[in-house]
Design a binder for this molecule. Structure first.
Ligand code: SF4
Ligand code: SF4
Length: 423
């Protein structure tokens, strides 16, 4: 085992390989508050990459209804139980000694790599604490869709009248859209006895070499997010490839410039923002103040990693849903949740402008700038003063070409009376 720096945990941790970082890292932010569970992302991915024989139960992108849904079934609850038994958990965070290197504090529990020696003997030797889901656990990808927690029973035929007020609703659920996180310390890669899994040096995308894989499924056992899949027709494993031909600008519409993945481009709710971040020699992020991903994660601190305590340093970040009980969210996104939800409920001027960049163009946004506009709203909402300025946010691609220009207030188009009943 080597010692590597995991900035999401605010400390060094044990990992089977020496640290090695790509020049730039593929990363994304999903705004859960906007997801409508339409599954357009899921179908865009399926119809592109996993529509063939042997891939029937393979969903590289999935959207599950939390708290009960999961693909495979109960993937996170099962691993959390295993991790808690070794002293991990939401309480195991200490205040940071150096906030710049440990923005969420220091995680005092064990990661899946550190807890692996404590795996039950019957599970055999493991590189990362994990389990192999059963076939039954994979066969209902959207079970518990729209099932809320905290709902009260009502008489048959009577509408539920509860729901409650912010900060947390009594009855709640939310949609969690997931793809492979192209982790900085991938457990799938660490566990592969064939060394068939690698991280691309140019963008950090994690791939399985189909010629080297022998289908041992150690990656499936080790990935805490359960994002590698076994294909019985070829007897090898497959996973999300981050649509790398599109990232390389090879899509026919991309004109040679980096293009977003299929799931990002198809997102109806415009909840997704994809980009790249620069990395320092210790794996922390290079300060790029006007990179929208850097801004949302490190400046606004609005977007948080999914289950950082697992220790893989996932490169997918989420703006947490504001109506969900905080205790649940803290377990899922770490101790940064309370501040992130507060900021989202009364976003500052720059944050509101950056949130407009989501889903606006298929080219990847590398940098933004803001042109100030007039104040259009000033009110107190739930004890907070909310001011809105109709600023214009402009997004640029890798080559500095303008790809996005939009205002905070969306333009309103009213159909003329002449066309009222026409389509
Ligand atoms: S999410 Fe899982 S499959 Fe993807 S890189 Fe991380 S450990 Fe590997
Ligand atoms: S397409 Fe977007 S809004 Fe629809 S389910 Fe997927 S992430 Fe959610």
């Amino acid at each position: 085992m080597s010692n590597v720096y995991n900035w999401q945990l605010g400390r060094e941790m044990a990992y089977p390989y020496e640290a090695a970082y790509p020049g730039r890292q593929f990363a994304f932010v999903f705004n859960i508050n906007r997801c409508i569970g339409c599954q357009s992302c899921t179908m865009a991915c399926k119809s592109t990459w996993t529509f063939s024989a042997g891939q029937e139960y393979m969903w590289w992108n999935n959207v599950e209804t939390k708290p009960y849904g999961g693909y495979p079934r109960h993937w996170d609850a099962k691993l959390l139980d295993m991790l808690h038994a070794t002293g991990g958990g939401p309480g195991a965070w200490a205040r940071p000694s150096d906030a710049s290197r440990a923005p969420y504090g220091e995680y005092k529990g064990k990661t899946i790599f550190e807890a692996a020696p404590e795996a039950p003997a019957e599970d055999g030797s493991q590189t990362a604490l994990g389990y192999l889901p059963s076939d039954e656990e994979w066969n209902t990808p959207n079970l518990f869709e729209d099932n809320p927690a905290g709902a009260q029973a009502t008489a048959r035929g009577q509408y539920f009248r509860g729901g409650g007020e912010l900060p947390a609703h009594d009855a709640w659920f939310f949609y969690l859209a997931r793809i492979c996180n192209h982790c900085s310390y991938p457990a799938c890669l660490a566990a592969c006895p064939r060394k068939a899994i690698y991280k691309r040096p140019e963008d950090g995308i994690v791939l399985i070499d189909q010629k080297e894989c022998r289908g041992y499924r150690k990656c499936m056992e080790a990935c805490p997010y359960k994002k590698t899949h076994y294909r019985p027709t070829t007897r090898v494993s497959e996973k999300c490839i981050a649509c790398f031909p599109r990232i390389e600008g090879k899509d026919t519409d991309a004109a040679g410039r980096p293009y977003t993945t299929r799931c990002m481009a198809a997102c109806i709710g415009q909840i997704r923002l994809q980009g790249f971040v620069g990395l320092n020699p210790d794996g922390t992020w290079v300060e790029e103040r006007n990179n929208p991903i850097y801004y949302l994660v490190h400046v606004a601190k609005l977007a948080l990693p999914l289950y950082p305590q697992f220790g893989t340093e996932p490169n997918g970040y989420y703006i947490p849903p504001r109506w969900v009980p905080r205790r649940y969210l803290r377990q899922m996104f770490g101790p940064g949740v309370d501040a992130a939800v507060e900021r989202y409920m009364a976003p500052d001027r720059e944050t509101l402008a950056v949130l407009q960049l989501f889903g606006k163009d298929n080219h990847i946004c590398h940098r933004y700038e803001i042109k100030e506009g007039p104040k259009v709203f000033d009110k107190e909402i739930r004890g907070r003063r909310v001011q809105i300025y109709n600023d214009t946010v402009i997004g640029y691609d890798r080559d500095g070409r303008e790809i996005i220009r939009c205002t905070v207030e969306e333009p309103l188009h009213v159909r003329s009376g002449k066309h009222a009943n026409s389509i």
